[in-house]
Design a protein around this ligand. Structure first.
Ligand code: HGY
Ligand code: MN
Ligand code: MN
Length: 409
């Protein structure tokens, strides 16, 4: 017997086939797979006789129109891109579940006092161009023209990627919805953590989203022969980057923040050559920006001393900064009422993961509904949820929409 939950998992499975790497989940911004995913979600919308369009930043939209053409807007959605070898629900569930709720509302002939828009953002993870929330930042009108020159790992610039996707990056401003009357943005997303599972709860209410800062860091030493340069005379860039990584781990633990070196590259990268250059990434976040930033200061200070002792030059470029964002109190309490209507305990929790809601908060109140995921596993192929939990989330989402409609004149 199908339900919104079983249909949601079926559609997540279907979107999972649109991957750059067979057998692994990988769908990046402005790629062929992104195009296919937009087409698939667009086809589902068209089949339900719901208007759909792609905006100037490559985000996919759908709408359950209000009878009132001048009605305000409520936006539901999340992202359609993934991390390399990621899971198939991170972001994706937050597009297909609201879509199924919209289709049910349409089939039931329910007319709302607001247009109910669905958005599938083209880039939240930043996996291709190392800058994150690109889709939602276009929608809030905060696109940085300098992003046009960011290159992906294959040396393709974002401007070129836009062109290959059939878009004109100089027109990306047309994607902005800033200034429109948007009543709320609500994002449904897997928790990506262990709390709901530990307390045997299918859904939770997000109170705040941790603020993240991301850097590319460069270490320059001196390449040399692995067999002839004595250890005490080396300026080994990879050893310096490795020491930096351990400093990050130690300081983060001491400061109660999360900090991750997720990517490391050494040049020339030969087994018998001392690395003359190394490049790493840093992602540091906390739900309190000041705690994050004081940990970061400690990391830089400690690393400068370590690099000086090694005769290594260290430089860094900040590639992303997003302040912590509080979810709207009224949206949170409306979610709590909808959850209680299903005989469930409302559980409030913060999000250590970043989400498009962080960007959307610039143009409207935001709320997030978390869905339990097995073992809290995410950004990993073992990411999984149950149809039952997806169904509860879909029912809660529908009740939240109807309650918002009832109080919107
Ligand atoms: O990195 C994050 O927190 C999100 O999954 N992009
Ligand atoms: Mn993610
Ligand atoms: Mn996500």
């Amino acid at each position: 017997m199908s339900s919104i939950g079983t249909d949601a998992l079926k559609w997540c499975d279907e979107l999972a086939t649109l991957t750059a790497t067979p057998g692994q989940m990988e769908r990046c911004y402005l790629t062929e797979q992104h195009r296919q995913a937009n087409a698939r979600v667009g086809a589902w919308l068209q089949a339900a006789d719901l208007p759909t369009w792609q905006d100037a930043a490559g985000n996919l939209w759908g709408r359950l129109p209000s009878d009132n053409p001048d009605a305000p807007v409520v936006i539901l959605g999340s992202h359609l891109d993934t991390v390399p070898n990621g899971g198939i629900y991170d972001g994706i569930l937050g597009v297909v579940l609201p879509l199924l709720v919209m289709i049910e509302l349409k089939q039931q002939g329910i007319s709302l006092p607001f247009h109910l828009d669905l958005v599938g953002f083209g880039d939240e993870e930043g996996s291709r161009f190392s800058s994150t929330l690109l889709g939602s930042r276009a929608v809030i009108g905060q696109w940085d023209p300098n992003w046009a020159s960011i290159k992906d790992a294959n040396g393709i610039s974002m401007a070129e990627a836009f062109e290959r996707f059939g878009l004109d990056i100089t027109a990306v401003g047309d994607a902005s919805r800033a200034g429109e009357s948007v009543l709320a943005y609500l994002e449904t997303h897997i928790e990506q953590g262990p709390v709901l599972e530990a307390e045997d709860l299918p859904v939770g209410i997000v109170t705040a989203i941790a603020g993240a800062r991301r850097f590319n860091i460069d270490f320059t030493g001196m390449a040399g022969h692995a067999g002839t340069v004595p250890m005490h005379l080396r300026r080994d860039a990879l050893a310096a980057a490795s020491e930096f990584t351990l400093i990050v781990e130690k300081v983060a633990r001491e400061h109660g923040v999360t900090a991750t070196v997720g990517r490391i590259q050494a040049k020339p990268g030969a087994v018998n050559v001392i690395a003359g250059n190394a490049q790493i990434s840093l992602d540091i976040r906390s739900e309190k920006d000041n705690e994050r930033d004081s940990a970061l200061d400690m990391i830089w200070d400690t690393a400068k001393i370590a690099c000086a002792e090694r005769g290594i030059e260290m430089s860094w470029q900040e590639i992303h900064a997003a302040p912590a964002v509080a979810c709207d109190d009224q949206l949170q309490s409306a979610l709590a009422s909808a959850i209680e209507q299903h005989g469930l305990k409302p559980r409030y929790l913060h999000s250590g993961a970043g989400h498009d809601a962080m960007a959307m908060a610039a143009i409207c109140p935001v709320g997030m509904l978390f869905v339990r995921c097995e073992g809290g596993i995410s950004h990993h192929p073992d990411e999984s949820i149950t149809a039952e939990d997806a169904d509860v989330a879909g029912r809660v989402l529908k009740d939240w929409i109807l309650a918002l409609a009832a109080k919107t004149n």
